[in-house]
Design a protein around this ligand. Structure first.
Ligand code: FAD
Length: 385
């Protein structure tokens, strides 16, 4: 096999890989570099939706393709208590992946700096001062590789590995009775026998809504179990019996306190593969954008992509690990934890905490809203390991 050379190779042209190339070209950080994007998939379906919160007036790099925004967020406990969340100036946003892929690919394809190939990547590594990728059909070398192909980390015995798994459907119906301006941020009005289980319910309009059945647990359900729980929720909670499914998505996101390698030689891991998924929530989109900002700043200032200060600080990693250990003990159940939290702490404080922007006072407010006796053991376990 003949080896082909590039300046930069992107292994995995999904959310992280495409965001990086799009932003690097747009911000003119890569002007002469020859870039190769390798993915096994052509990214032409709406395979996922990305949600995240941002303060009003704060724009992200993909603001033009935000599909929906909600200001009014509701929380429902398993005991059917309804809380209207105080989100302060935060807005909850959704981007559909198909809009993202179309938007960034249209931009990237205009550039003669970028080649695409659709191969299965077999291995990624370093050879001397070069980064090397082998695919099913070729070998490519470059100065830097940005890798977003997720590999489950090798776990140490004391580490937790939960998965956030979910099935979402977009439905059309005439039976939705709630205000479409209100988004159900977490709706625990479903049974909890398989772990922490809730629905996200995002109305797109009075007759189009997206509902996602979501679990934090250690194993997947059978496909029909997701469907039957969604049907029960629609019928018993939302009183929707007549509907048409427009779109579906299924996903699995890691929630782990294991560590991810950001860098190995000239290979930089980004997205979920680089540890940009928040362990306690699974949210990844904005963390990845923050990581990309750091990579681009480093290129501008130092002409290389390496950076030191991670978005998810050690303090937040310890707190996330503690939460995973509390969930693992299964005495203080996830639905009770989230209910105590949202009942006693303003959502805007929780969002700041989850963004890694909380103050010590905020952290204390959050910790004191929860039943401390269930946290002491897991916390000590995490900090002494
Ligand atoms: C259905 C779903 C919904 C989600 N919703 C949210 C959300 O609302 N908010 C949020 O913050 N996060 C969400 N996430 C989590 C996270 O944001 C996404 O998984 C996001 O796509 C991660 O970006 P990434 O670039 O790390 O991985 P991906 O976007 O999955 O990109 C990895 C790419 O690598 C390619 N690839 C994999 N293996 C190979 C191989 N061997 N050879 C070649 N190519 C390969 C894949 O085809 C893919 O294009 C969601 C995840 C899923 C699955």
């Amino acid at each position: 096999m003949q080896t082909k050379n590039y300046d930069i190779i992107i292994c995995g042209g999904g959310m992280a890989g495409l965001s990086l190339v799009y932003r690097a070209l747009k911000e003119k950080v890569w002007v002469d570099e020859k870039i190769l994007i390798i993915d096994k998939d052509s990214k032409d379906t709406n395979d996922r939706t990305w949600c995240f919160w941002q303060k009003e007036g704060v724009k992200n790099e993909f603001e033009d393709i935000v599909y929906r925004r909600w200001k009014d967020l509701l929380f429902f406990s398993n005991q059917k208590e309804k809380l209207k969340l105080d989100t302060g100036s935060y807005v909850y946003k959704m981007i559909r992946s198909i809009d993202f892929y179309k938007h960034v690919l249209a931009y990237i394809r205009q550039s003669d700096q970028v080649d695409f190939i659709y191969h299965d990547i077999i291995s990624i590594g370093n050879l001397g001062s070069k980064a090397v990728v082998k695919t099913s059909e070729s070998v490519f070398e470059s100065k830097y590789i940005f890798n977003s192909i997720y590999k489950k980390p090798e776990l140490k015995p004391e580490e937790q590995y939960f998965i956030q798994h979910f099935k979402g459907i977009t439905i059309r119906t005439d039976q939705f009775k709630t205000d479409p301006g209100e988004m159900f941020f977490m709706d625990f009005r479903t049974t909890q026998e398989n772990g922490t289980t809730f629905f996200y319910t995002l109305p797109f309009s009075q007759n189009e809504i997206f509902v996602e059945y979501t679990l934090f647990s250690k194993s997947l359900l059978k496909p029909e179990e997701y469907n039957s729980k969604i049907k029960i929720y629609l019928s018993e909670i939302l009183q929707i019996n007549d509907f048409q499914i427009v779109e579906e998505e299924f996903g699995v996101i890691p929630m782990t306190d294991s560590s991810f390698e950001r860098r190995s030689g000239n290979v930089v891991n980004i997205g979920s593969a680089g540890g940009d998924t928040r362990a306690s929530t699974g949210y990844t989109f904005l963390n990845t954008q923050k990581t990309i900002s750091k990579i681009l700043t480093s290129f501008k200032e130092k002409n290389h992509p390496f950076f030191d200060n991670e978005n998810i600080s050690n303090k937040h990693k310890v707190l996330d690990a503690t939460i995973l250990n509390v969930l693992d003990n299964d005495i203080y159940k996830g639905d009770e934890i989230f209910t105590d939290l949202f009942r006693r702490v303003k959502a805007k404080t929780i969002f700041a905490f989850l963004d890694g922007e909380s103050t010590i006072a905020d952290d204390l407010k959050i910790m004191s809203s929860l039943k401390a006796k269930y946290f002491i053991g897991p916390f000590l376990k995490v900090i002494t390991r």
